[in-house]
Write a new protein. Structure first.
Length: 297
């Protein structure tokens, strides 16, 4: 089939537009800091609750991750500042399509002066101590108000390459009475697989090696069949309850019941031999695994 010149021109313009759109969607945002220390990432079990964004430490400029409209900004001189706020001084930026970035717990004074819009990498504030923070830094979050969920920034911002795979510190089984099983000889019944793990260390972000980082995914299988998949891509809000994805949405208080570990799966073990495998993956596809051979009576 022959295409006339007009159709060819239209096709070329469409392909160019498509390429630009795809490129923008893949690499639309940037990290909100060039040199801050990453001390908590999304999903970390922080005292029985998940970190819903990224926590940075140190003296640095807080940068807008992408251009957008300022929809809220709270400083120390605002009348509402007399009320206690866990976020301290904070700014929210609307990027369209329901996506909002939030910059908080920085120095009490914003760098913004009556602006309604921000450009990508514009300085919003200087890191500091405000709200529920005890050391200098700031807190960065992404919220999808259409889906009512907090999003792992690494799902949108090009993730930092990690120099080592995730580490599995321990895997334990807890029976229906809530007791940790100390032996590989078990009785038939239901068990919770509790995984203590830490993600890899990013190469292009300075990090504190003493702090644990959440991985991207924890997979559990029994005799080769998947029985649990805990994902750290988003935390949803349903009727005031935070939910995380583990074979469907599960209340956060259940997954994060063990500190600093995660309840990665609930399984029923029938009599016989069982091969339990746990795989932990990071955002870049690096993985580690551990296998336990169980005898169920």
């Amino acid at each position: 089939m022959k295409l006339n010149k007009s159709r060819i021109t239209t096709l070329v313009l469409f392909l160019v537009f498509l390429a630009i759109s795809v490129s923008d969607s893949i690499d639309a945002m940037s990290w909100p800091s060039e040199d801050a220390v990453l001390i908590r990432n999304f999903g970390v079990n922080n005292g029985g609750k998940p970190v819903l964004g990224i926590i940075f430490e140190g003296e640095t400029n807080v940068l807008a991750a992408e251009r957008g409209e300022i929809i809220f900004s709270r400083n120390k001189n605002d009348p509402a500042s007399r009320l206690p706020s866990p976020l301290g001084a904070w700014t929210a930026v609307d990027h369209g399509d329901g996506l909002i970035s939030i910059y908080c717990r920085y120095n009490d004074q914003s760098d913004l002066k009556n602006e309604n819009q921000v450009n990508k990498e514009l300085s919003i504030a200087v890191s500091g101590i405000s709200g529920w923070s005890s050391r200098e830094g700031f807190y960065f979050l992404l919220f999808d108000r259409r889906e009512r969920r907090w999003i792992n920034p690494a799902m949108i911002i090009t993730p930092a390459r990690e120099t080592r795979p995730p580490q599995i510190i321990s895997v334990t089984l807890r029976n229906e009475q809530g007791l940790v099983v100390q032996s590989n000889n078990l009785v038939q019944g239901r068990y919770t697989v509790v995984v203590n793990t830490t993600g890899g260390i990013p190469a292009n972000l300075r990090t504190n090696p003493s702090v644990q980082y959440a991985p991207q995914r924890i997979l559990c299988s029994i005799n080769g069949a998947e029985v649990g998949s805990l994902n750290f891509e988003a935390v949803s809000a349903r009727d005031g309850i935070l939910m995380v994805s583990r074979n469907g949405l599960v209340p956060v208080k259940q997954i994060y019941a063990n500190v600093p570990a995660y309840e990665a799966a609930e399984v029923f073990l029938p009599r016989g031999q069982a091969r339990l495998e746990v795989i932990v993956q990071d955002i870049n596809g690096n993985s580690s695994n551990i296998v336990s051979q169980l005898i169920v009576n």
